[in-house]
Design a protein around this ligand. Structure first.
Ligand code: AHR
Length: 340
């Protein structure tokens, strides 16, 4: 098999044109700071972390937020948490606020890959270490962050593509010798959307009968997946496979497929990424055919890395999350113990 890409992307970056003047941290959503500002950058041993979350777009994100909050509590780390509601300008404003508050460490999951150098340079100038969690940034300067903790999204796309290559004959529902695939992309410009598309495309090249005939963003949400799928079904009655970049969009697509009088998992094969409980339930019920796991439980590793970087210890520049894949039978076995 092909797999492996372990380094965060660091190529040319576009300058952010976002005006931040009007963006107030209070507009960023839930700032669940529970106090103890004296800890940030202060002389005691306690650690204050500023965490700028993407939003609450998916079941995966909800599980990720809970993991970060629970782990901070368990480790006695003071967490200043901001929900950026899917907006890069809100994440940048939150990071600037954490710099002003002199937190000990900043962690964030970048909503999109590009446009981070300026604010990361500000954190560096203030001597506040930054940890990328879940998603990478696209920067030429890897001194702007200490480490990147998260999944290998290209590998996830490759695993999704490999399942389809291995099951190509079964996926050709109308028996015409070609497999008509539509892709539901994650948020435009986000690392998991770019990398999962790249990994999938490079792997299905091995099977020339597979063709991606349409691809559009559903923004990692259930509603987005449903709406895009509805419009695809209206213009194309020959769709045989849906590749959705996350479970939520796949679950939205299932609703649209059922409303169109088709049977998801049979008439239309469905491949997704994440393996949250709702996705695993649909897989066990036969409505999804294959799920590539993306592990949201990053909290414990994040807190461990935070303690090390605050203590000035060396950490690995890239920490890759361990993950697996699930067939329908494997989902049935795993569901009773699924935490999220
Ligand atoms: O960055 C991880 C991705 O973001 C998850 O796959 C998706 O569900 C989420 O919104």
């Amino acid at each position: 098999m092909i797999w492996r890409k372990t380094v965060a992307k660091k190529s040319l970056i576009a300058a952010s044109a976002i005006s931040l003047g009007a963006v107030l941290l209070s507009a960023c959503g839930d700032d669940s700071d529970s106090g103890n500002d004296a800890a940030g950058g202060g002389g005691d041993d306690s650690i204050t972390m500023g965490f700028a979350q993407v939003g609450a777009e998916s079941g995966w994100r909800t599980a990720n937020t809970k993991s970060v909050q629970d782990s901070a509590k368990a480790e006695g780390i003071e967490l200043k948490f901001t929900d950026a509601q899917g907006k890069q300008e809100n994440q940048i404003a939150a990071i600037r606020s954490y710099i002003q508050q002199k937190v000990d460490v900043i962690a964030f999951s970048p909503v999109v890959e590009t446009g981070w150098d300026a604010v990361l340079q500000e954190a560096k100038a203030a001597n506040i270490p930054v940890i990328l969690t879940d998603r990478a940034v696209d920067s030429e300067d890897d001194s702007l962050y200490e480490t990147f903790l998260g999944s290998d999204f290209v590998l996830e796309g490759e695993q999704a593509g490999q399942w389809l290559v291995d099951n190509a004959a079964d996926a050709d529902a109308n028996g015409d010798g070609t497999i008509n695939v539509i892709q539901l992309e994650g948020t435009t410009g986000a690392a998991p959307a770019l990398d999962r598309a790249e990994g999938f495309a490079s792997t299905i090249e091995a099977e020339p009968t597979i063709e991606v005939t349409a691809s559009q963003t559903g923004d990692f949400t259930r509603d987005g997946g449903k709406q895009v799928m509805e419009s695809f079904l209206q213009s194309d009655d020959t769709i045989e496979v849906v590749y959705a970049h996350n479970d939520d969009m796949g679950l939205g697509a299932i609703e649209a497929i059922e409303a169109a009088g088709k049977t998801p998992g049979q008439d239309v094969k469905i491949i997704t990424v994440d393996a949250v409980k709702d996705g695993m339930t649909a897989l066990a019920e036969g409505k999804i055919n294959f799920i590539v796991e993306c592990n949201p439980l990053l909290g414990p590793q994040l807190m461990d890395l935070a303690k090390k970087v605050v203590a000035g210890e060396e950490v690995e520049p890239r920490v890759v999350t361990e993950e697996t894949t699930f067939t329908q039978e494997q989902a049935k076995a795993a569901l009773p113990d699924r935490q999220y």
